[in-house]
Design a protein around this ligand. Structure first.
Ligand code: ADP
Ligand code: MG
Length: 612
């Protein structure tokens, strides 16, 4: 019996959709690209619930005839390729003719469209690849696509969607890519009633300022170079526009946003020795080259492309970037002599190695005031150790006796008896080894505390408490400062503000793209810039896959990471006592917020055994 069958179209489309449409942002990308391909000069993006409920794109482009409107949902239906040679010369954003068929397979879709020279337009309703309705309508010229209830018939996919701010962030990234690539197109973006971007048409510099804030004006330098192979143009960030995180790097090839670690490296290499290893320069760069020299068809979402002349382009890009940097930093442009020597020849006074060094090490230096020691707490701990019977709840004795640790740590004894000898321990000072571990005698043997993990646990729980209980004290700065955020980052920060306030950060939105910082938590380590912390917080929120579901946990985690002690830091006896004391006042002293044990105990019996 024959068993091979052709898949029904609707199922084939649903499967194909898995490749093209992974999340609401993929729909946004495809619809925006279609609007661009249709020659629109104005595009509106409307979303609801981060695209999970609705994504609508309205354009004033060419529109579609009745037949084209119907055809556009067929798989491999495209107006952009007619002959196989066309594929080589492709300059439009789309060409595979898959996007609409894919979207229609996994959502409910309404299309309204009309070519400018026709009297009547067309309205089509499709749900899960099924045509529900087609009718003539009155419509101004152009096209509107509304996509509702994405993944309504593929629940597994729906389940994999991230929290709203994360999906929104992804959507806005796609919007930003198109917005940067097409500054001559007027673009707006709304999420529910919130206006996120209103971008009037302009030149690239104006667009960059509209997206990233007006202050970019002073922070970027123009690039322009022409070679036989490639034309390069755009803007690169000055040194002060560098960030620790990747994110604000935009490379476009024939106006298509692409990801290329290889070419990113070329640009970074041009900054060599001007910025630190971990810093990433800002750039919005355009490469324009003969479409036959690239292959865009290597990836369904076309984010990656292949270059025939990758190595030459690498070199050109590096030289061009270096050139542009040279416009404001005097430095060598001597590329023929190779990589060597360039760094040695920098003579700029702008370049200040000292400043950079400070920037690089501003993390995690504990300051004296942060670890001022409440002596009584330590005494209290040993009081508890002396009298386990009276201890309740979160005392160390209770914890050591309690099952939690017994189960997980074979080394912990099952009982603790207060005895004379225990009283001695109270007076014994802890001791630090390898600038990483705190050693302290306890009744059952020898306790080893990992200073980094333990301190993180302490800060983590403290932050969580501050967010649910009474707000932490804040210290007002003498001079309030402002921090700039692009549209998508703004949304995330706005979501985080209520909790940040509880933690003692005093900040609020201020004009477009800006936030004003009035104060910081009273015990904030002075060596860590609040600006930097907040920037990282927002950036990482979008990239960190694990901790997105819950802002509070995420914030507590980030605080503990930023403010926590590090290994390799020398501690005073008082500081060590403080850590042990605070650790065992925690609800879960056994493990750090990202796993890893806070401490272990080597039992006396174990020690005796080893001595035999
Ligand atoms: P592709 O963009 O790869 O051609 P799509 O599935 O995205 O495939 O779109 C199919 C066709 O529908 C396009 O080739 C185009 O002719 C038409 N189309 C899609 N969106 C629009 C729009 N906004 N305005 C006009 N025509 C459109
Ligand atoms: Mg398309």
């Amino acid at each position: 019996m024959d068993i091979i069958k052709l898949l029904p179209d609707s199922l084939a489309n649903q499967i194909a959709a898995g490749e093209v449409i992974q999340r609401p942002a993929s729909v946004v990308k495809e619809l925006l690209e279609n609007a661009i391909d249709a020659g629109a000069t104005r595009i509106q993006l409307l979303i609801k619930d981060a695209g999970k409920t609705l994504i609508q794109v309205i354009d004033n482009g060419a529109g579609m005839s009745e037949t084209d409107a119907r055809m556009s949902f067929e798989r491999h239906a495209t107006s952009k390729i007619k002959f196989s040679e066309d594929l080589e010369h492709i300059r439009t954003m789309g060409f595979r003719g898959e996007a609409l068929a894919s979207i229609a397979a996994i959502a409910q879709l309404e299309l309204k469209t009309k070519p400018h020279d026709q009297d009547l337009g067309t309205r089509i309703l499709i749900s899960g690849s099924k045509l529900e309705k087609q009718e003539p309508i009155q419509y101004p010229g152009g096209t509107s696509f509304s996509v509702s209830n994405l993944f309504f018939n593929t629940p597994a996919r729906r389940k994999f969607l991230k929290s709203d701010p994360v999906e929104l962030k992804n959507i806005l990234e796609e919007f930003e890519h198109i917005a940067l690539a097409y500054p001559e197109v007027e673009m707006t973006c709304h999420n529910g009633d919130t206006e996120i971007y209103i971008l009037s048409k302009g030149n690239l510099k104006q667009r960059i300022m509209a997206v990233f804030g007006k202050s970019m004006n002073e922070k970027i330098v123009a690039i322009e170079e022409h070679t036989d192979l490639v034309n390069m143009g755009g803007f690169i960030g000055k040194i002060e526009a560098c960030k620790k995180k990747r994110g604000e790097q935009y490379l476009f090839v024939n106006r298509r946003y692409i990801k290329s670690n290889y070419l990113h490296h070329a640009i970074k290499a041009a900054y060599e020795s001007l910025i630190g290893e971990e810093d990433h320069p800002f750039y919005v760069l355009f490469l324009d080259l003969d479409p036959t020299r690239i292959d865009v068809n290597v990836h369904p979402s076309k984010h990656e492309i292949k270059f025939l002349d990758e190595r030459i382009i690498y070199q050109y890009l590096r030289v061009a970037t270096r050139h542009a940097l040279g416009q404001y930093v005097p430095l060598s442009l001597d590329f023929e002599s190779g990589d060597k020597g360039i760094s040695n020849q920098i003579t700029s006074s702008i370049y200040n190695p000292e400043a950079r060094k400070n920037y690089g090490t501003q993390f995690g230096q504990p300051t004296a005031e942060k670890t001022s020691i409440p002596n009584q707490d330590w005494r209290k701990l040993y009081e508890i150790l002396k009298a386990p019977d009276e201890s309740k709840g979160d005392s160390i004795a209770a914890i050591l006796i309690n099952s939690q640790i017994n189960n997980e740590d074979q080394l912990v004894p099952s009982t603790l008896n207060a005895s004379d000898s225990e009283r001695q321990y109270a007076s014994k000072d802890p001791y630090q080894i390898h600038l990483s571990y705190i050693i302290s005698p306890v009744a059952s043997g020898l306790m080893i505390v990992d200073q980094e993990t333990a301190h993180r646990r302490i800060l983590y729980e403290k932050s969580l408490k501050q967010m649910t209980g009474q707000a932490a004290p804040s210290q007002r700065s003498l001079f309030p400062t402002t921090i700039q955020m692009s549209g998508s980052d703004q949304i995330i920060l706005n979501h985080l503000i209520p909790d940040l306030k509880q933690l003692g950060f005093d900040l609020e939105p201020f004009g477009t793209n800006n936030f004003i910082i009035h104060g910081s938590p009273a015990d904030w380590s002075a060596s860590i810039s609040i600006h930097h912390f907040i920037e990282e917080l927002v950036k990482e929120y979008a990239h960190d896959e694990s901790k997105k579901s819950d802002y509070k946990t995420y914030l507590a985690y980030q605080i503990s990471k930023s403010q926590g002690l590090k290994q390799g830091q020398s501690l005073t006896v008082e500081e060590m006592k403080f850590i042990i004391d605070q650790l065992f006042a925690c609800e879960e002293p056994a493990f750090g917020p990202s796993g890893g044990r806070c401490y272990t105990i080597i039992e006396l019996q174990e020690i005796e055994k080893r001595m035999r």
